[in-house]
Design a protein around this ligand. Structure first.
Ligand SMILES: [Zn+2]
Ligand SMILES: [Zn+2]
Length: 157
């Protein structure tokens, strides 16, 4: 079965919503489901984000070395903790960069998880209604549906 949206990729997920007057069934590929806001990207916890960032190695990691305990930045990334109390100062610049990445990814993910399944299906339903209204040239109905879609933050209608 092909994805209802792009009609190119195989559908990997099917959504079913039973509404009072109809049942909506949607078969979508991952990409299109995400576009509709039906798929929330998996949110990484701060710890998982940290681990992910720590896995990113750079060439200079081996060269940044704590003068006191001789721990390298590469080793710090490997074990995930400091070797001595001088390490934080030694790695400060690099750690700040890591922390920024973590904050950035948190914000980024936070925005993307906002739309829920229910909202996505409601938008889908309104879009279908709008299409029908336009086909039947019911412009007053269409305007009313557009207003509802705008309430959902959909502007390209
Ligand atoms: Zn698709
Ligand atoms: Zn140290």
């Amino acid at each position: 079965m092909l994805c209802d949206d792009c009609k190119k990729k195989p559908a990997s997920i099917s959504f079913k919503e039973v509404l009072p007057d109809e049942t909506i069934e949607l078969n979508l590929c991952d990409e299109c489901a995400a576009k509709r806001g039906l798929l929330s990207p998996k949110k990484l916890s701060p710890l998982e984000t940290l681990q992910k960032v720590l896995r990113q190695r750079t060439a200079q990691d081996e060269r940044v070395i704590c003068p006191r305990c001789c721990m390298s930045l590469a080793e710090f990334k490997r074990v995930g903790r400091f070797g001595c109390s001088d390490c934080p100062a030694t790695f400060a610049d690099h750690i700040q960069y890591l922390i920024k990445q973590i904050h950035h990814s948190d914000r980024h993910i936070g925005r993307r998880t906002a739309p829920g399944t229910k909202r996505g299906l409601e938008i889908y339903r309104l879009r279908e209604e709008l299409k029908n209204a336009l086909e039947k040239e019911l412009y007053e109905d269409a305007a009313r549906i557009r207003d509802k879609l705008r309430d959902y933050g959909i502007k390209d209608v």
